[in-house]
Ligand binder design. Structure first.
Ligand code: SAH
Ligand code: SF4
Length: 455
């Protein structure tokens, strides 16, 4: 803390400190970003919305697919112009991409104007890094993974009513295509009391929806001294006082137990919505991906979820064009997608990542053909989503409005209902953050349109 005080003191005298932080990729990165902002605020810096007005710019990066990396590299390149204009500008790049093999050196060589290059799990060192840049005229390049969980970092949350709460960090699953275990380190769980205290505090401050985060929330508890699993953690959260909802991301099918599904079904606060990435509908491909389940096991889970929660909504991720996938395997994926009837599907073209097992697998299908499959899958999912949305018409949903807009002379609120559908309805700004009963009257591809129920 002495260091924080020192920087704060120096800041008053020497640094005009506006900061701009941008996060790429997943919700975990957004949660990390909220901590980066928290630290910068504590140092007395002020958040601004454009790079042009900033004294400190930090990009929190994603390395999961090539497109994410390419976008970040392009955006860093653009910053050189700002640095040329203002040599005192501090530019930093952090997060998953930086931890990839050889990437930190590549960044340092290609963009010598970068002041800070640091990996994941190092946000608590940010005051020290800034001190080194500001007062010791050093360039910071740190990629060592720090596997401890640092509690108590200041958090500058993006929103007050819907909050992100990480429960695990890292991943031990080593799916053969994925860089996450390499760039985020071994899986470790936060102590249950830390999570419960954070949620208690958030609810007291007016938070109405908590999203629990982890690469695989279903294996929560591994390695903790207190014996607890994810279902037990959910039950504890469910019994906390106050009216709020709980969602979670992401559930790995191999660790999705009946106990967990029963707990969700019996709970009051845990939403009947599950993001259960299947990745492929072919057993051959699932094996090559090292996913640890078969198509049949996945479908058994889906049936059990539907039996226990008839209104449950499903989300999933699918990779198209994994090495070894031929038309037959792709058609098996398409058939699984039709059978489950996902409400939300994230589809990705396979992207080889250096250092992963799949990067060395023989990949013979041309990209053009993979793109044709990809388009086919998208079209199929659009039809399924339309059908799923249509089925919601006439139902009464409890919506938590997050956004307000004046469009064509109307005041429109939008937010999610219990099982995750996005709903728009007419209403005043004062309803933001309140639970509102809405009758669904129309479905569009993007959202459901409803009417507020007047009692
Ligand atoms: N931990 C989460 C996923 C994190 S990455 C889980 O296991 O579900 C988010 C998604 O990105 C993955 O589910 C996968 O569909 C996709 N993805 C990961 N690596 C990829 C790669 N190399 N190419 C294409 N898609 C990938
Ligand atoms: Fe990657 Fe698999 Fe871990 Fe998800 S579970 S982060 S896809 S290795």
């Amino acid at each position: 803390m002495a260091l924080v005080e020192a920087i704060r003191k120096h800041n008053k005298q020497r640094v005009k400190a506006n900061y701009f932080v941008h996060s790429y990729g997943c919700k975990q990165n957004v949660a990390d970003c909220e901590r980066i902002c928290g630290v910068l605020e504590l140092l007395g810096f002020k958040q601004v919305t454009s790079t042009e007005e900033s004294d400190v710019i930090i990009y929190n990066t994603c390395g999961v697919r090539h497109t994410a990396t390419a976008r970040v590299l392009g955006n860093i390149g653009v910053l050189k112009r700002l640095k040329d204009k203002n040599p005192e500008l501090i530019i930093g790049v952090c997060g998953c991409m930086v931890e990839q093999e050889g990437m930190a050196d590549h960044l340092a060589k290609r963009f010598p104007f970068l002041d800070l290059i640091f990996g994941t799990n190092l946000i608590h060192y940010l005051p020290r890094f800034l001190h080194e840049v500001l007062f010791e005229e050093k360039k910071v390049r740190v990629t060592k993974l720090d596997d401890e969980i640092v509690e108590g970092l200041p958090i500058n949350r993006e929103a007050g009513t819907s909050c992100l709460v990480p429960i695990t960090y890292g991943c031990d699953n080593f799916c053969s295509y994925c860089v996450v275990p390499y760039v985020r380190g071994r899986e470790r769980s936060r102590e249950p009391e830390m999570i419960l205290d954070e949620i208690r505090e958030l609810v007291a401050q007016g938070c109405k929806e908590v999203t629990l985060l982890g690469q695989n929330v279903n294996s929560y508890g591994k390695g903790l001294t207190s014996k607890i699993n994810f279902a037990e953690l959910l039950a504890k959260i469910d019994s906390l006082p106050g009216r709020f909802r709980v969602r979670f991301l992401t559930s790995h099918p191999k660790d999705c137990s009946k106990e967990l599904i029963d707990t969700i079904a019996e709970s009051e606060k845990i939403c009947n919505q599950i993001h259960l990435p299947v990745q492929s509908g072919s057993n051959n491909i699932l094996k090559l991906m090292n996913r640890g389940y078969t198509k049949e096991q996945y479908l058994t889970l889906v049936r059990y979820l539907k039996e226990k929660m008839p209104d449950v909504s499903f989300g999933s991720d699918i990779i198209v064009g994994f090495p070894g996938e031929g038309e037959q395997e792709f058609l098996e994926t398409l058939s699984l997608v039709k059978e489950v009837g996902f409400n939300l599907l994230f589809t990705f073209l396979y992207s080889p990542r250096k250092g992963t097992k799949a990067a060395d697998m023989l990949d013979t299908v041309p990209k053009e053909e993979k793109k044709i499959w990809f388009e086919k899958l998208l079209k199929e999912q659009e039809l399924i989503s339309d059908e799923q949305n249509e089925k919601q018409c006439g139902k009464i949903k409890v919506v938590l409005p997050e956004h307000f807009a004046e469009t064509a002379g109307k005041s429109v609120l939008s937010g999610r209902c219990e099982n995750g559908f996005w709903v728009e309805f007419e209403g005043g700004k004062n309803l933001i953050g309140e639970f509102v009963e809405v009758k669904i009257i129309k479905a569009t591809r993007r959202s459901l349109i409803g009417e507020k129920i007047v009692k």
